[in-house]
Design a protein around this ligand. Structure first.
Ligand code: GUN
Ligand code: ZN
Length: 458
């Protein structure tokens, strides 16, 4: 466990962040972010804040980088990282052909430990500082995940996958044993440092009634855990759940009647919900992990993010790797935009950026701690290189070209059209190279090796 926290220090750069309860992000073209003991101590304009800083405060200046809150991946599977980009199947066949065999490999404890370390390093390299993560069905896979996140002091919520039917024996664990193991994991990891536990039934297809019942009981015994599962991702899956649970009103009802649908539940996908399920989910106060990259890759369908927004449902963005084909939060925003376009409903760049940061924190019930850079919050943030690639640098130079401005203001319907266009271009051209540095709790945990090209300040 790292014992160190840097003393009071500051960064000077452009800064963008959402604030709780505000519709548009705040933006400082030349800002100061002051860090104290792993938390944000102050944020503001350099010209105002700098004169007030004690003389001994070290200020690091990054004139052509952009500071943003660390990104939140609201749904991802660490054991699937080796099977990212598996060709030619939709959900149920993909699980059988690629995923269950990949997850069976985590019976090897050394393999699980190595994979967890690699996964956590990749999250940080992509600028993700918080994630809600499926482990595999072996208890040790969850232990490996938590240990790897703890070593980086990263805020992460994870859980052992519960599955006791409908899949190969190698990945099944009987309901009673798995509930006992999950309970031990909760006692060991939940609330330890920055870690949290999510009770994680894979989906209704691979859990017996008994297993769902035990999962619900576990959640009522530990009510501040999350519940994390899949819901209504693919039409064949929905039909199968109807066959397996003929006495339930619908898919959502299977979880609800087992005590698994409440304000601390996060449901991945929700692509094919009925009107009644939308209503029930909103009434339960549950959150959704929108996984556009996965939904496009597996051909699952198009999530209706506007409907979720209208209904006041909390929504975070999930990569859903290995069904998703990228861990990049920029790729997730781009794919969310594409899904909107396919529905004739284009997503504003501020809404995409919000879902990738504060929205994800809200979905995970962590928005009082992370997701933005308000003073008092944990200092999880990234430095984004706006010139990470020649094309990105060129595209962002066009933002400053005032011959476009009138169009931009109209397009983005915002006082800060330049910022909207910058965030949009970052999401469309974005990838891991754009993350120059990642900090968790004020500590540098990733620094990109390659050199940067210079840009004029924002
Ligand atoms: N539904 C049940 N298991 C999975 C999984 O591993 N990935 C996705 N995308 N959907 C699932
Ligand atoms: Zn998933």
């Amino acid at each position: 466990m790292p014992s160190f926290r840097p003393p009071l220090w500051a960064l000077r750069a452009a800064i963008v962040s959402f604030w709780r309860d505000e519709a548009a992000p705040r933006f400082w073209p030349d800002g100061i972010l002051l860090i104290d003991n792993g938390h944000v101590a102050a944020i503001g304009d350099h010209s105002e804040l700098a004169p007030k800083l004690p003389a001994e405060v070290r200020v690091e200046h990054f004139p052509d980088l952009l500071i943003a809150p660390g990104f939140v991946d609201a749904h991802v599977h660490f054991p699937q990282i080796d099977r990212i980009g598996a060709h030619g199947a939709q959900l149920l066949d993909w699980l059988e052909r690629y995923i269950y065999p990949a997850e069976a490999r985590l019976s090897d404890g050394d393999f699980a430990k190595d994979l967890a370390k690699f996964f956590v390093a990749e999250l940080l390299r992509h600028g993700i500082t918080t994630a809600l993560v499926f482990a595999a069905s072996q208890k040790q896979s969850a232990d490996s995940l938590f240990a790897a996140a703890r070593a980086k002091d990263m805020r992460l919520i994870g859980g052992q996958v519960l599955m006791d039917r409908g899949a190969p024996d190698e990945v099944l664990v009987p309901a009673e044993i798995a509930a006992e193991q999950s309970s031990a994991l909760i006692r060991k990891w939940h609330g330890k440092g920055r870690l949290g536990y999510a009770i994680t039934p894979r989906f209704a297809v691979t859990s017996s009634d008994r297993q769902l019942e035990l999962a619900g009981k576990l959640h009522s015994r530990f009510p501040d855990t999350l519940v994390h599962t899949h819901l209504s991702e693919n039409p064949r899956e929905v039909a199968l759940v109807r066959e397996l649970f003929p006495d339930h009103r619908d898919y959502f009802d299977v979880y609800a009647r087992h005590g698994l649908a409440g304000p601390r539940s996060v449901f991945a996908h929700c692509v094919h919900l009925s009107d009644g399920e939308w209503r029930d989910l909103a009434k339960a106060g549950s959150a959704i992990a929108f996984c556009p990259g996965s939904n496009l890759f597996l051909g699952s369908g198009l999530f209706d993010h506007s409907r979720a927004r209208r209904m006041g449902i909390r929504v975070g963005l999930g990569s859903d790797v290995g069904a998703g084909d990228s861990l990049s939060p920029f790729a997730a925003q781009k794919d969310a935009y594409r899904v909107g376009q396919m529905r004739g409903d284009n997503l504003h760049p501020f809404d995409a950026f919000r879902m990738a940061t504060l929205g994800g924190a809200e979905a995970l019930g962590l928005d009082h701690l992370i997701g933005g850079l308000e003073p008092g919050k944990e200092a999880d943030f990234v430095l984004i290189d706006r010139a990470a690639t020649p094309l990105l640098a060129r595209r962002l130079r066009s933002v400053a070209d005032k011959s476009w401005s009138a169009d931009l203001a109209d397009t983005f319907k915002s006082w800060s059209a330049d910022l909207a266009d910058t965030l949009f271009a970052l999401s469309i051209l974005g990838e891991d190279r754009m993350i120059a540095r990642t900090y968790v709790a004020g500590r540098l945990v990733h620094r990109r090796a390659s050199p940067r090209r210079r840009l004029p300040p924002l």
